[in-house]
Design a protein around this ligand. Sequence first.
Ligand SMILES: [Zn+2]
Length: 284
Amino acid sequence: MRIHHLNCGTDCPLGGALFDGRSIAPLGKLVCHCLLIETDAHGLVLVDTGYGLRDVAHPHAGPTPRITRLWRLMLNIRLREAETAVRQVEALGFRAADVRHIVVTHLDFDHAGGLEDFPGATVHVMQREYDDATGPHAGIVARNRWRRSQLDDVRQWRGYGATGEPWFGFDAVRDLAGLPPEILFVPLPGHSWGHAGVAVQRKDGGWLLHAGDAYFYRGEMRQARRHCTPGLRAYQRLMEVDATHRLQNQERLRRLSLDHRAEVSIACAHDPVELERCQAGHPL
Ligand SMILES: [Zn+2]
């Protein structure tokens, strides 16, 4: 399986290095790190989708905008057609119809925006995330994060429960319908209750874990003591449904990143340095 690392959305929050830990300018840069996997017999598989064509064309139109102005302003979201997953799939020489499966870590607006650009794909999601995203929303964060308008036209959903076989001490959900056994869910609740990482086994036997929003900053992994910028600490707190689960799962991931460094690479959705290292083929 060949894995491409794509940036399917850019946010430039005011605060610069207070968010991304490296910008000299007042605006920072966060990415939406998605995976495009070329499988041997199951077509193309996307992990997360970032922002989609309809987000770029009319993000705020209608009574239920795809992206709310409040979150657009807070993150200073840049919407670029060339960054959408479908345009990048095409730029690699494929067609949208070649994407047969999309596995989503969760359904926040910055992960689910491109789902409808692949009408032939089955979308795999934890059932709890689907229920929370499409059910009634209480509170300002819930009303802003999950956008029904981004989900309405998805034709094929597959939902999964959170129990399964162990994977490096985590529960894992295997046997995703129509997908090879090298792709599995690793439930990591806390950011949302139905949030999950997606683990992909490479040909050499090693694993890549797309950890979604289980952490946001490269300094939160691969070192014993957690380091995170103040802006991303605050954003993670704002978006969490449960601090205890979030921090416990993040600690378990940190231990995994140290204890199994040779076997498992871990990348989150929004850190630009991790994305650059993955794209360059460098170790994380
Ligand atoms: Zn996110």
